[in-house]
Write a protein of this length. Structure first.
Lengths: 399, 358
């Protein structure tokens, strides 16, 4: 029998996309539910069940409450569904031989448990030694250095950011190693960031992992979904995007989070919701090239004959980093891709070609599967490493 | 479909060595992979409204392919000029109708700096003044394809990343895109989706003389593991494939103990294929304690369909099964890990990895 299904999230749940499925495995609806809140959806049958798309990429299927039109989702319910008996949340120590899978579990546990550095980590100064031959630093928006903390094994460094006003230029993480330098742009709404260097079994590679958490867990979740290709789950978050943009209009909010929402709407081609917020982002926040990129692309889709405006905003986005290219890059990697793609549509425009060449020259090799713009510059003459270095940049996402 | 494994001017090649081979060598997997993808198109691709129109296949080294009608056809080598010619013919055919679907698959060496470059067979010819003269600028190609009339465009970049990440930073890499577009063209495309294998190093590319891991993941997904069901039909679309490919690559990574991943970039939703039936890859083992695997007897059952792995057999029990509710029972006949545990799970595409025992 059809009815109105109520889905309630416990306070211990992360914000997540919920896929409502009919008994014959059709997707009925996808909706966003926040911790401690509820959502309602009309279903064709009380036998409908739920799939919770967690920010970590795990999908948990909940079938136990089929037949009821009031479903309560909690961490305990997720654990029961998976047959997990979970001891009080803790971070299990890593084994001597590390694998990619085990490290992913570690990152989920750490995100689940805490964002800040463990209490027994020690002050490590402005340049943190991450490994015998690896130094890590975080630059604040004013290019000053932020002191970090390091764990007892000396392989994980954490920084607390938490700038009072997030309407400021981004921060930046840099890791120097004998062969070169890795960087990741950090949105100014980043609360904390940590970096780890681990030798892993797979290919005997060195894995450098970076995890960040911003003040906007919904924005982090949206980018996590998109990073994993779960566009449908991200689409369920559109309701939040509308709220974020309303706040932006009142200049009370967070331009970085607003940019994430705008990227989602651009990808979904929801120009009815995007309206002219991207232009506001572009004009109000000089340090955020992403606003210019999104507005240019919105024009490409909606008003392609407006070539002058499109060109102006693409070049504006590309010019922001003329003095220090990595600082002026779009904060989010999809913005860099859109910027380069947009400039490539002006092949006969000398200024556009030069801007694109400059971006290519100075950004290094880009880590395209990172949600924030991140890349690596190697010093070829000194490069001796025989096994690969793998970089893994993502948001802290609870399991 | 392009599969390049023979590179005469790279390490191990039979031609004059490139001035800078960039650490690249011969690869066995790409022609096998591209041939398999082409075979899938010819034999298994299904779409009610968009049947298969044509396949252009270039392989290096070139081999014959057998068509569904039994005719044996030779392929052409994947040199730059041949690729360009085939591309132009393909694009013209794609442009004959806006409801056409353009599908592009490249397997071979790639250079990834800020842009993605694909290397044809004759890359690095020392006779050229510019070593990158005959690279393919994939990003340019993808954006250039917006001028093609086909409104659904799907690209797979299965590129071997043997050159260490970041090494190209010192080198200005260029390439050719074959086709250009304008702002107006971009607005007319409903779906432009690119899926990139992002694995580093040759071992992570694929097993010798077999299909690449990414190619295997693509085939599994297109065959039914990449389906979603909205509206009563199981279809593989650009969004469902985005998620499924990533999950599948992670599954292969765990299975083969390699760092495997995929970077999807789907803009707009487009239907890709309508497989005969969806399926789920069920991979069942003792997740909580892998040491218990040898002692475990695993049985999964759905009606009369029973799959099992007795104690002593290698785990995980891995089966391709229909979506739905499956009873999964794990017992330890030797009694080492307690009594049997039985639970019903709802398995949905692409991958189910269970169970949390003992």
């Amino acid at each position: 029998m059809s009815g109105n299904l109520k889905i309630r999230f416990a306070a211990d749940m992360p914000v997540a996309s919920v896929e409502v499925m009919s008994p014959d495995y059709q997707t009925v609806a996808r909706l966003m539910v926040e911790p401690g809140r509820e959502a309602n959806v009309h279903v064709p049958s009380e036998g409908s069940f739920l799939r919770i798309h967690l920010p970590s990429g795990k999908i948990v299927t909940l079938t136990d409450e089929r037949g009821q039109l009031d479903r309560f989702v909690s961490q305990a319910a997720l654990d029961t569904a998976e047959g997990i008996v979970r001891s009080p949340r803790t971070i299990r120590p890593l084994p001597q031989t590390k694998t990619l899978r085990r490290l992913r579990e570690y990152h989920n546990e750490r995100a689940d448990f805490r964002e800040a550095a463990p209490p027994d980590d020690v002050e490590a100064g402005e340049t943190v030694k991450l490994a015998p031959d690896m130094m890590a630093r975080v630059f604040d928006p004013g290019n000053g250095l932020i002191k970090g903390r390091v764990n007892s094994d000396g392989d994980e460094a954490t920084w607390q950011l938490g700038f009072g006003n997030v309407a400021v230029p981004p921060a930046r993480l840099e890791i120097e190693h004998p062969g070169g330098r890795f960087y990741a742009i950090l949105p100014a709404n980043t609360q904390s960031v940590y970096a780890r260097a681990d030798q892993i079994k797979e290919g005997e590679s060195l894995l450098i992992a970076v995890r960040l958490a911003t003040r906007q867990p919904v924005a982090d979740t949206i980018l996590s979904y998109l990073e994993r290709g779960d566009v449908y789950a991200a689409e369920a978050m559109v309701r939040w995007v509308e709220e974020a943009h309303d706040l932006l209009e009142s200049k009370k909010s967070d331009p970085y989070a607003a940019a994430v929402g705008a990227y989602l709407l651009l990808r979904l081609r929801r120009f009815d919701l995007l309206r002219d917020w991207a232009r506001n982002l572009a004009n109000w926040f000089d340090f955020l090239p992403d606003g210019c990129v999104i507005w240019a692309w919105q024009q490409i889709y909606e008003n392609p004959s407006n070539e002058g405006e499109i060109r102006r905003y693409l070049l504006k986005a590309a010019s922001r980093g003329e003095s220090d290219a990595t600082r002026g890059l779009p904060i989010y990697s999809q913005g860099l891709r859109l910027l380069l793609d947009g400039l490539s549509l002006l092949p006969d425009d000398l200024e556009a070609r030069e801007a694109a060449a400059r971006l290519r020259r100075t950004s290094g090799a880009i880590l395209w599967d990172s949600p924030v713009t991140a890349g690596s510059k190697l010093h070829r003459s000194s490069f001796t490493r025989s096994s690969p270095i793998i970089y893994d940049v993502s948001f802290m996402t609870p399991a | 479909m392009i599969g390049v494994g023979r590179y005469p001017h790279l390490n191990g090649g039979d031609g004059p060595l490139a001035k800078d081979p960039l650490g690249l060598s011969q690869v066995t997997t790409p022609p096998i992979t591209a041939k398999k993808i082409a075979a899938w198109l010819l034999e298994k691709y299904a779409s009610a409204n968009c049947p298969l129109g044509s396949v252009e296949l270039l392989l290096s080294p070139e081999t014959d392919i057998v068509r569904p009608d039994g005719m044996q056809k030779p392929t052409e080598p994947a040199t730059f000029d041949r690729i360009e010619l085939a591309f132009n013919k393909w694009e013209q055919r794609c442009s004959t109708h806006p409801d056409n679907k353009a599908l592009f698959y490249f397997c071979g060496h790639g250079l990834n700096k800020v842009r993605q470059f694909l290397l044809p067979e004759n890359f690095g010819d020392p006779g050229w003044g510019d070593p990158f003269r005959h690279n393919i600028d994939f990003d340019g190609l993808r954006t250039g394809m917006w001028s093609c009339k086909a409104r659904t465009q799907i690209f797979f970049v299965d590129a071997c990343r043997e050159t260490p990440f970041g090494l190209l930073d010192q080198i200005e890499v260029t390439g050719q895109s074959f086709i250009k577009s304008t702002f107006s063209d971009a607005a007319s495309i409903n779906c432009s989706a690119a899926y990139y294998a992002t694995t580093e190093g040759k071992p992570a590319f694929g097993p010798e003389n077999d299909v690449t891991y990414f190619g295997q993941a693509v085939l599994k997904c297109l065959n039914g593991a990449g389906c979603s069901n909205a509206g009563g039909d199981w279809i593989v679309d650009s969004y469902s494939l985005s998620k499924a490919l990533g999950d599948m690559m992670q599954h292969f990574g765990r299975k083969h103990k390699l760092a495997l991943s995929c970077n999807p970039d789907a803009s707009g939703m487009g239907t890709i294929s309508e497989p005969a039936a969806p399926f789920v890859i069920a991979s069942i083992r003792c997740k909580n304690e892998p040491e218990a695997d040898p002692a475990a007897e695993i049985v999964m059952k759905r009606g009369a369909d029973v799959r099992q792995s007795p104690a002593g057999q290698d785990k995980p029990l891995e089966e391709e099964v229909a979506p739905g509710e499956w009873d999964i029972k794990v017992a330890f006949p030797g009694g080492q890990y307690g009594g049997p545990i039985s639970k019903t799970y709802t398995l949905l595409p692409p991958v189910f990895e269970g169970v949390s025992v003992p």
